[in-house]
Design a protein around this ligand. Structure first.
Ligand code: PMP
Length: 363
């Protein structure tokens, strides 16, 4: 189509995890389990459900476009100013807003090999040039990433923990990196999986934007808070960056149910604690099985783990689908022998392990 922009012509769309209903229909299976999108396996929390119920009569109104109540709650909890917070339709929207606000086709965008699949898509969609830096031990090579910054660089994306590798950067190395960046380069520190990181090694990054005005930290309610279906996330930045993003964003970009649910989720410390405990137990359950199966895995700080099948992973992914188990092939992340599996409930993990064991035995 002549209309399409050059970057868009060549764009390969983001492929989400296969939907459960689709596979159920294809195979006529009574049960399908999905461990493919790093979702929270615990289901909707009672406080969130009550908040949504209470909001239902209001749906004829527009949501509060300023997100006052949620920003106030976040500000109290995170000890940042409400004006530093930008709310979005998932943290994906914050990433996109950054690109629309700051990036033109003349710019270069730096990110790591094996980093989140949305970074190359967003880069290409605005016609900018991606500078993909080779990974080190599957994680970000910060020295090489800094060396990749040129006069044309406008944004650097860093996911910590990274998806799909689960690798974690040390806080001091990360801060050194941010402090060494030229002030005309915006660093996007994508912390979608922050809450899953063990407290002893967690990066307390939210005060950094006061020191480094060219930094935005993004987080989400999709993962540990269990609200992936509602689409709500946020960025914490300097006041200057937040002001610019606020000018570009759609006036009602966060919907009413999501705003109410996120505020309730933030107050539900029990649900979060249960989530983290289940994740730790599930991670131990899966990695113990990988050990028995003699499959190396990349130690992960997230709610998923990428495991090395020691052979092309795509046929194994297909064979698992036939058994009603959906995981995530990561060949498009240049990891053709790995499968990424999200941590499920104890039962889901067990079904996956049994299916994987059978598939490896050719059963
Ligand atoms: N960043 C990373 C690293 C992710 O893995 C994801 C979700 N897959 C996101 C951002 C976006 O999540 P959401 O838009 O649901 O907040």
């Amino acid at each position: 189509l002549e209309l399409a922009l050059a970057g868009v012509q060549q764009l390969v769309p983001y492929v989400p995890g296969k939907p459960v209903e689709e596979l159920q229909r294809e195979l006529g299976l009574s049960e399908v389990i999905k461990l493919a999108s790093n979702e929270n396996p615990l289901g909707t929390g009672t406080k969130v459900a009550a908040a949504i119920q209470a909001t239902l009569p209001e749906l004829t109104r527009y949501p509060d476009g300023s997100g006052f109540a949620l920003k106030t709650a976040l500000s109290d909890k995170l000890a940042v100013l409400p004006e530093q917070i930008t709310l979005g339709n998932g943290s994906s929207e914050i990433l996109e807003l950054v690109m629309r606000t700051f990036v033109t086709p003349e710019h270069e965008i730096v990110f790591s090999q094996h980093a989140f699949a949305l970074y190359p898509i967003l880069t290409q969609a605005v016609g900018a040039t991606a500078r993909v830096v080779p990974a080190k031990d599957f994680g970000h090579d910060l020295t090489a990433m800094l060396a990749a910054v040129t006069d044309k660089t406008r944004v650097v994306f860093i996911a910590n923990p990274n998806n799909p590798t689960g690798t974690l950067l040390a806080a001091d190395a990360l801060e050194q990196f941010v402090s060494a960046l030229p002030s005309r380069v915006l660093c996007v520190l994508d912390e979608a999986y922050h809450e899953f990181v063990a407290p002893a090694v967690r990066t307390e990054s939210l005060h950094w934007p006061q020191r480094y005005p060219n930094l935005i930290v993004t987080r989400t309610f999709s993962k540990a808070y269990g609200l992936a279906g509602l689409r709500i996330g946020y960025g914490v930045s300097s006041l200057e960056v937040a002001d610019l993003l606020n000018r570009v964003r759609q006036p009602f970009n966060s919907n009413m149910l999501a705003l109410a649910a996120a505020e309730a989720a933030l107050g539900d410390t029990e649900y979060l604690a249960e989530t983290l405990a289940a994740n730790n137990a599930g991670m131990a359950q899966l990695t113990a099985a990988f050990k028995i199966l003699d499959l190396p895995w990349i130690p992960s700080s997230g709610n998923f783990v990428s495991v090395d099948m020691k052979q092309a992973a795509m046929p194994l992914y297909q064979a698992l689908l036939q058994k009603g188990v959906i995981v995530r092939p990561v060949a498009n992340y240049e990891m053709p022998n790995h499968l990424r599996v999200s941590i499920g409930t104890e039962r889901e993990n067990r079904i996956f392990i049994d299916a994987l064991t059978q598939v490896l035995q050719g059963v």
